[in-house]
Design a protein around this ligand. Structure first.
Ligand SMILES: CC(C)(COP(=O)(O)OP(=O)(O)OC[C@H]1O[C@@H](n2cnc3c(N)ncnc32)[C@H](O)[C@@H]1OP(=O)(O)O)[C@@H](O)C(=O)NCCC(=O)NCCS
Length: 155
């Protein structure tokens, strides 16, 4: 299975919108549709997003603040993993890890030295996933009470 990050176009828009998380997981991340609306509403966050494909099948969505000037507490950056979701039928298959690996490569190629993200704390949330990938708490919360994490890109 090859994981690729692809632009969302008129041709694949509907199939990317069909990527689903469970109702319970909507506590932790917005749907693809709502994430795209959030991107449109927040140009100051410099949103960059891609569909995640496993071979020729859309299985997820990823969105970053791309090399944005940090204006805390509202805008974190320069490289902020804003959304990451893998369809519930394809979770725990290593796709999330591979997406983060590819994002890290892109960020590193553009001179970034750390990737930030944040998550809503709680049972069933992504804290364990981010910890497995090496993200560590930065020690602060965003204005919504989300825990801010950082992944240092050493070496
Ligand atoms: C969180 C999410 C992106 C993880 O993607 P995934 O493809 O299921 O994760 P992977 O299969 O790549 O898992 C990588 C590692 O993290 C672990 N892991 C995955 N989800 C985990 C979780 N919720 N809690 C603890 N560990 C988790 C896996 O067991 C694996 O561990 P390993 O190194 O021992 O093999 C996905 O479950 C998802 O979309 N969840 C709903 C939306 C969400 O919460 N997104 C994050 C918003 S900030």
């Amino acid at each position: 299975m090859t994981i690729t990050l692809r632009e969302i176009t008129e041709d694949n828009h509907e199939s990317v919108l069909a990527v689903e998380i469970t109702r319970d997981q909507e506590r932790f991340v917005t749907t693809v549709r709502d994430s795209l609306a959030e991107a449109a509403a927040h140009p100051e966050g410099n949103p960059w997003f891609r569909a995640v494909y496993a071979d020729e099948h859309p299985v997820g969505f990823v969105m970053l603040s791309w090399d944005v000037e940090p204006r805390p507490p509202e805008v974190n950056g320069p490289w902020f993993l804003w959304k990451l979701l893998i369809d519930h039928r394809h979770q725990r298959s290593g796709y999330g890890r591979e997406v983060v690996r590819q994002v890290v490569e892109l960020v590193r190629a553009h001179g970034g030295t750390e990737v930030l993200t944040s998550h809503v704390p709680g049972e069933g949330g992504p804290a364990g996933f981010y910890a497995r990938l090496g993200f560590v708490p930065r020690g602060d919360l965003d204005p919504d009470g989300e825990v801010i994490l950082r992944l240092p890109l050493d070496g």
